[in-house]
Write a protein that binds this ligand. Sequence first.
Ligand SMILES: [Zn+2]
Length: 248
Amino acid sequence: MTAELTAQQVLREWLLTVLGEGGGSVPTARALTEMERRYGKLLSEEDQSLTMRGDESKWWNRTRFERKNMERAKLLVPASESRGVWTLTEAGWGEYRKIERAEELEVASPVPSQPVGQESPSRAEVVTQRVIRSTAVADYIKRIHSHICQICGTRLITPIGAYAEAAHIRALGHPHSGPDVAANVLCLCPNHHVLFDFGALIISDTLIVTDQCSGVSLGQLREAPGHEIGREYLAYHRSRHGRVSHAH
Ligand SMILES: [Zn+2]
């Protein structure tokens, strides 16, 4: 525990994350509890001490202050227009997406042991498909594949390291309720992640990837030791997206 207060900029990023994960609009009380749930462990003693007035913690007081800064920066809808609910503007969504993207970028590093993951990831109680992801599982899969797309073999190199995306086979959000475990995750490049999520690509139990739009087989999914792919999740994905093959 340090005695330092968490920087305003950090509080802003946390708040943007909570609002973005919450579907863009979160009541004040829920913003408070979500901030505590997600970031409570990162708060210093000084953060958690009370303000001079003694009616709230310093970090929450500073978060509310930051909320006003964000309103002035046009990242949030003015409080006068959305009473009791903190709502992202389009610009606010843009900032949230930048943070989300940055979290997915990370430098390739040695393969860790397989994390346990979560059978039922926590979900924000709002109308959204977004789910709080376990980055431990995503990181594990990306590292074990050295950030190489399991479909096309692409390895994107960015100035801050290799980049790949963790794609859930059976989606986490309602109504799919897939588990956030390694067997339900693929390491894909952004293009193939999108194509897979939309069902343009399906994968057979023998791990043959087929482009349903063109009917072309893209060949065998690349595998890596330590990453067993759950056939039940592939079957679920096919049941959602598989077509009776039409000629195009
Ligand atoms: Zn790819």
